[in-house]
Design a protein around this ligand. Structure first.
Ligand code: MG
Length: 386
């Protein structure tokens, strides 16, 4: 059966790979709506291959020219445009591949419109997991993770009962600085930080991997997706990124999902679920060639962002929102050369320490706290410089 797909964040790393998956299976998937960022070249790239009904661009000034060029496409813009794409009547699956908490409102709108959600935007669950999961339950909507770890756990849990889960084990590569001591992190450059050993990903998530905040966000994401307490979610260092994550059951049995590090696999799996399809131009896993896999305990002192994430997750309320907004702001300041690498974790901790958590926040409260935190972190960053 044909699946009709709406995709936001199409110009990012996950978005482009999603387009690749859709393009390779025209018998399975049709792109009906799509949203891109500032990069107008991507608009033309997409429209030479696909024929979506609706396209969302960032700036509304671009619409008149594009409409003339592509009269069969309806162009929309801004946050309302994202929501329009997310709730398109023709779409059955909504793929959220935007980066950051801007992904939250479209996700909630798509849930209300009863779309199946394929979620690559982990900030959505981190900042408002309680709202997203309860809305999904209320509307009978399935949320399928597009994150290699969570897609792995989802596969390991096939046919299993919730009550038999002992713990989830999220694997972590350690990111671009895994072989450096904390002292060696003081003067690292943006270029060095962007050089991930295993995965080719967008800038924000690559920095998050280097600080391990990415794994922290994933711990919170796993808590919401699989309804598992934080004490039962473990992070395990695994250099090769071959085991994408594991589940241990009450009888000591451990299920793992393995594969070469290729994000198109979890993307395609979310789109074909519960079926599977051939993954084009992919290399198959050869454990004989790899020979050895390595594992180690996660060190919370080496990676303080991981500890911050467990703290935020356990405290719940608005603290995860603060942590996420502070992280997004700090990472973008680092990428712009405004702060040094270790300032990222400093700023997140400062923002969290001074926040008074509000429990059970609604969407307006979350958005308010998110904005306030971003302003505060920019202010704190200025202080660090002075
Ligand atoms: Mg991941």
């Amino acid at each position: 059966m044909m699946k009709y797909i709406s995709l936001i964040g199409a110009s990012g790393s996950i978005g482009r790979q999603t387009l690749d998956v859709i393009k390779n299976h025209p018998e399975l998937f049709t792109l009906v709506g799509v949203a891109v960022g500032k990069n107008i070249a991507v608009v033309h790239e997409i429209l030479t291959i696909f024929t979506p009904q609706v396209m969302c661009v960032q700036e509304c000034e671009q619409i008149p020219t594009l409409s003339k060029q592509y009269p069969h496409v309806t162009f929309v813009s801004g946050e309302n445009g994202l929501i329009h794409v997310a709730t398109l009547e023709e779409s059955t699956i909504f793929v959220n591949a935007v980066v950051g908490s801007v992904g939250l409102a479209p996700t909630l709108a798509a849930i209300e419109a009863k779309k199946t959600i394929a979620l690559a935007n982990k900030e959505t669950l981190v900042t408002a997991g309680h709202l997203v999961m309860s809305a999904a339950k209320e509307h009978g909507v399935t949320i399928l993770p597009i994150d290699s770890e969570h897609a792995a756990i989802h596969q390991c849990l096939h046919g299993e009962r919730q009550k038999n889960i002992e713990k989830l084990i999220l694997t972590a590569s350690g990111g671009s600085f895994r072989d450096r001591t904390r002292a060696e992190l003081q003067d690292v450059s943006v270029t060095e930080a962007l050089n991930h050993p295993n995965w080719a990903m967008g800038a924000k998530i690559t920095i998050d991997s280097a600080t391990m905040m990415n794994k922290g966000l994933e711990v919170i994401e796993a808590h919401w997706l699989f309804d598992i307490e934080y004490d039962d979610i473990e992070v395990l260092m695994h250099r090769e990124s071959i085991i994408h994550s594991m589940v241990e059951f009450c009888d000591t049995s451990v299920m793992a999902q393995l594969g070469t590090p290729d994000m198109r696999m979890p993307i395609q799996y979310a789109l074909t679920y519960p079926d599977r399809a051939v993954l084009h131009n992919a290399s198959r896993l050869s454990l004989a060639d790899i020979g050895q896999l390595h594992f180690a305990k996660a060190d919370f002192e080496r990676y303080p962002c991981l500890a911050l994430a467990y703290r935020a997750g356990r405290e719940k309320g608005t603290l995860p929102t603060v942590m996420n907004a502070a992280n997004e702001t700090a990472v973008s300041l680092f990428l712009d050369g405004m702060i040094c690498f270790l300032d990222i974790e400093r700023l997140i901790q400062m923002a969290m320490d001074e926040h008074e958590t509000i429990q059970h926040p609604d969407l307006a409260t979350i958005q308010h706290v998110d904005r306030m935190t971003r302003d505060r972190v920019r202010g704190l960053a200025q202080h660090l410089k002075d």
